[in-house]
Design a protein around this ligand. Structure first.
Ligand SMILES: [Zn+2]
Length: 452
């Protein structure tokens, strides 16, 4: 049974805020794009900021390919709407879009993300993401694009048994999450490069050495608690986190953290761990066992971590077990929250990668490979488009009312793109209100060529 859709709020409540609504979010990003240094020496036909905005519009409108966009872009309605909604006077062809964006460094786009997050902070939106006295930042890697035929210097390579080579791109992404919220707020992403190593573990650890200092520099005052999977539970990575002033809650598993868990079991037998169980209003039994300051490994006994084991049993007797390490000192008062924070790590997979791959954003499509940065620039622009959508979901009543006219995200994006391609639209508010209240349409008329 599909869920009942929420009622449409009265028209007088459907007002855009001065900030954090689509026009102001795009204006914010445009201002940052304007600050990016032009790499071309000749005066370009299309300014860099508008070329970047075109990329953002393609991902914002969820075009499945650049070619699909290129087929549309010369149509009068599209040109009009790109100008009225995105401030783009003239959109470049798909070929020149690729050529120009290939030369842009992905790092130069980061101030646009900082600008949006700062605005969220100013407007009190970020405060709602506060948890355990900081902000939970879930980090994980994901595959972005792969090919047996084309490659660039940053491509990772996988050699197959038949001798063929697969080239692929991967991204290490960081997103702010909250256990009670479906929306995530992506911070920066870092491309995993060929030189980062051969194993998933090396790749992510080395890319994190670039990502974490960048986050620290971009958001120096955000107290971050990093959430990661068991691959990150190693001494060098904990040191990188510590060097960047970040706290952590990281999953551990017996396979990869044997000596730590054996040590914890010994402590339990000796009665040195603390443990308790409680039954919630939802009839779920939740159990916690914890101990502070255990050595992470035998090889690095100076690296001390706090260790939490958690189990739950539901009404039907089904069990779940998890363990984490953290630098947060554990007590009876905070282990429930540490557990909830630790379990919200999956939001980087489910609410982020899954949404980008399966709910309209076409994350794994090949929009163009380029010779330098193109793949990563496209991924960064897509993450930026996703951040804008997430901020609208959190903070814009007009966007939310429009979104809730559709059960699925994919249908909503389909409607938005349909309006964009088939109608002249003056502004974003008209666009969203037309989705909310439906729209009058005139009979289709042919714009015959002038033969006089
Ligand atoms: Zn490549």
């Amino acid at each position: 049974m599909p869920k009942k859709r929420p009622e449409i709020p009265p028209l007088k409540r459907l007002q855009f805020r001065k900030t954090l609504s689509m026009p102001s979010l795009l204006k914010n990003v445009f201002a940052h794009f304007n600050n990016i240094e032009e790499h071309r020496t000749k005066k370009p036909t299309y300014p860099l900021s508008e070329t970047l905005m075109t990329g953002l519009a393609i991902f914002g409108l969820k075009y499945p390919s650049l070619l699909a966009f290129d087929n549309d872009r010369e149509e009068q309605r599209i040109r009009h709407n790109l100008q009225s909604l995105y401030g783009i006077k003239k959109a470049p062809s798909d070929t020149s879009l690729r050529e120009v964006l290939d030369e842009v460094t992905p790092e130069s786009l980061r101030p646009a993300t900082v600008g949006l997050i700062q605005e969220c902070q100013k407007q009190g939106v970020l405060e709602n993401y506060r948890f355990l006295g900081g902000y939970l930042c879930s980090i994980d890697g994901t595959g972005q694009y792969s090919s047996q035929h084309i490659s660039c210097p940053d491509c990772c390579e996988k050699k197959h048994r038949d001798g063929s080579i697969e080239y692929y791109h991967q991204l290490l992404a960081s997103v702010l999450v909250h256990p009670d919220k479906k929306q995530v707020l992506p911070l920066f992403s870092e491309a995993i490069k060929k030189k980062d190593g051969q194993t998933k573990n090396d790749c992510e650890r080395n890319a994190a050495k670039r990502l974490l200092p960048a986050i620290k520099k971009g958001f120096p005052r955000l107290k971050l608690i990093v959430l990661e999977d068991a691959l990150a539970a190693n001494a060098p990575h904990l040191k990188t986190l510590e060097d960047n002033g970040m706290s952590y809650i990281i999953r551990v598993k017996y396979g990869s953290n044997k000596s730590l868990i054996d040590h914890a079991i010994k402590c339990m037998s000796a009665g040195e761990t603390e443990e308790f169980e409680e039954t919630g209003d939802d009839s779920i039994i939740r159990g916690y066992r914890f101990i502070n300051s255990l050595p992470l490994t035998k090889a690095s006994p100076e690296q001390r971590v706090n260790y939490l084991e958690y189990w739950e049993v539901n009404k039907n007797g089904k069990n779940k077990n998890f363990s984490w390490i953290s630098d947060i000192t554990l007590s009876r008062d905070n282990v429930h929250d540490v557990m909830r924070a630790g379990r919200s790590r999956w939001k980087v997979e489910n609410e982020t990668f899954n949404t980008l791959k399966n709910l309209g954003y076409h994350f794994e499509h090949n929009y163009g490979h380029g010779k330098k940065h193109l793949t990563t620039v496209f991924a960064t622009l897509m993450m930026l488009a996703f951040l804008i959508d997430q901020i609208q979901e959190v903070s814009c009543t007009v966007f939310r009312a429009a979104r809730h006219r559709y059960h699925s995200k994919t249908s909503f994006w389909g409607k938005l793109k349909g309006l964009f391609t088939e109608h002249y639209i003056e502004d974003w508010k008209t666009c969203y209100l037309a989705i909310i209240y439906d729209h009058k349409s005139t009979t289709l008329q042919v714009d015959y060529p002038d033969t006089s």
